[in-house]
Write a protein of this length. Structure first.
Length: 538
């Protein structure tokens, strides 16, 4: 009998220990994970634009993480938002009002004022009840989250058929709770992803009895739904996004990461989320994938930040009273680097949304950004001809326009006359030392540009922009030695090529430089775009 009791006691103690312990993620491990993923997101989103991927969620995660991005990064995003808002006349979408909510969250995270963006109030649409709820449950969820992120007053919308209140959104959300305690975008099957978002939206209203009761029912369902590895599934697939949303919700509710309800077989929700994280900082959508997912990575970043803020006792991810202002006043423009030539200036957007019929994703961002500013033009029929070569006269034109310089003809070259369309561009590019002739007092305007020529000219332009273009001999040698044909590069081109590769103006993932090859229009557009981005002139 004594032996049986002893065995039973041992068994109970063992079971108790298993239930109480979990895979511990140390503060240092979490901090390292946040930094690594933030670095990955920044490297992937060098020029954030308005959009659900490569835009607001990247900005939000980076800003809330405190990761050090280059000066002007958030200002450049704010300028992109202004351009986007102006291009749409302040009306971002007729049906998806989550567009407003998402941008408001990003602006709040960088300390910008969403009620005055290029003269438009982005909060005002959230006062239109009918349009918000017409999108489905996503509408009121994110309207509440956005409004509460900065403790904004409910905006008065004089054009709305029904003026919204926070309580109306809360009631709508509660009305959609399914019998098992969860929520979904539609149908009768609860979804942890949507449920996590709902809990996030309701987190600040736990003083309401009905909200509190609904929350407890939801937490019980989530605990029951959590899998043996600590994660969550949506539509039959264990995935990082659902796990991330639940983690954020728990943190917003103030529930500890090791709460017994959300520890399964020693695994917490955070433990599960980290299994989707790759060594380079990216996240995959599901465990069987090895392909980084931009959406999963950006959500993974802000979920990790949420966990870190919880463990460090900071205000939670969406309670942004601790935000630092990272942008200057409304309408402030990116002015470039210290030390740039006084004549160099940022070129404003002239044709928002300008595009061409033959662009691929590899160069679309660069070409469209330059085309919107009138820096590059297309060919006949609405095409850009990205694979066509570029003549020297065209290059002189785009680099002059790109730096905001005034075209003025000179008489440096015998084969450039005052009546030529490119005379002013060639004259200015020559005056500022960006281009040289080919000898014999000639410019050869119809000749094509080689890669090494383009690199040298872009490097001269970079110096005008205030960039430090001088590399020592060792740096030049080390940069170029990674290419199999580096010994074929002439001395006059080495500095320029090394600078362009070091700055990411040229793609260093290729095997060979091929310096004597003619560069195509899309490559030159990419080079100029990368230069202007680095020089804070976009």
């Amino acid at each position: 009998m004594v032996k049986i009791s002893a065995l039973l006691l041992t068994l109970l103690l063992t079971l108790g220990l298993c239930a109480a312990t979990h895979t511990a993620v140390t503060d240092n491990t979490l901090r390292t994970a946040v930094t690594g993923t933030a670095q990955y997101v920044y490297q992937e989103v060098k020029s954030p634009q308005v959009g659900p991927v490569g835009g607001e969620w990247a900005i939000f995660g980076l800003a809330r993480s405190g990761y050090a991005v280059p000066e002007g990064y958030y200002q450049a995003y704010y300028a992109a938002v202004e351009d986007h808002v102006k291009a749409h006349g302040g009306k971002l979408d007729d049906k998806k009002y989550t567009e407003y909510s998402r941008i408001i969250l990003a602006l709040t995270a960088i300390g910008a004022e969403p009620s005055n963006v290029a003269g438009y109030d982005l909060l005002a649409p959230l006062g239109d009840y009918d349009r918000i709820v017409s999108q489905g449950i996503n509408g009121p969820i994110w309207a509440l989250i956005a409004l509460d992120s900065g403790n904004y007053d409910m905006p008065l919308n004089t054009e709305a058929k029904t003026q919204a209140t926070r309580q109306m959104f809360i009631d709508d959300i509660l009305d959609c709770q399914l019998p098992d305690g969860g929520w979904s975008l539609g149908g009768d099957q609860s979804d942890p992803d949507v449920t996590g978002m709902v809990l996030l939206a309701l987190s600040k209203y736990q003083d309401q009895d009905e909200v509190k009761q609904a929350t407890e029912k939801t937490l019980a369902w989530l605990s029951k739904t959590q899998n043996a590895q600590g994660g969550f599934s949506s539509w039959g697939t264990v995935n990082s996004e659902s796990t991330a949303q639940v983690l954020v919700a728990l943190c917003e509710l103030g529930i500890p990461l090791d709460d017994a309800r959300f520890v399964k077989n020693g695994h917490t929700v955070l433990d599960s989320l980290l299994t989707f994280r790759q060594s380079n900082g990216s996240f995959v959508h599901h465990a069987d994938s090895s392909e980084p997912s931009p959406t999963a990575t950006e959500q993974g970043l802000y979920a990790l930040v949420s966990a870190q803020r919880t463990t460090e006792g900071k205000p939670s991810l969406f309670r942004m009273e601790d935000v630092t202002i990272r942008v200057s006043g409304s309408g402030a423009a990116v002015t470039g680097l210290p030390g740039k030539h006084t004549d160099v200036k940022a070129v404003p957007i002239q044709e928002p949304g300008k595009t061409f019929t033959d662009l691929s994703d590899n160069h679309r961002t660069a070409v469209e950004a330059l085309a919107a500013r009138g820096i590059v033009n297309g060919r006949d029929g609405g095409a850009f001809a990205p694979d066509a070569t570029m003549i020297r006269a065209e290059f002189a034109a785009i680099v002059t326009r790109g730096l905001g310089l005034t075209p003025e003809p000179n008489h440096d070259f015998a084969d450039v006359t005052g009546g030529d369309w490119f005379a002013g561009y060639v004259g200015t590019a020559s005056t500022y030392g960006i281009i040289n002739g080919v000898g014999g007092g000639r410019f050869a305007p119809e000749g094509t540009i080689t890669r090494q020529e383009a690199a040298v000219m872009v490097t001269r332009a970079a110096k005008l922009c205030g960039m430090d273009t001088q590399l020592d001999d060792a740096a030049v040698r080390n940069t170029l030695a990674q290419f199999s044909d580096y010994v074929t590069v002439p001395d006059w081109a080495r500095q320029g090529l090394a600078f362009c590769y070091a700055q990411g103006i040229l793609d260093d993932s290729v095997l060979e430089i091929e310096g004597m090859e003619s560069v195509c229009r899309s490559e030159i557009a990419q080079m100029l775009y990368a230069l202007l981005d680095s020089a804070k002139l976009l």
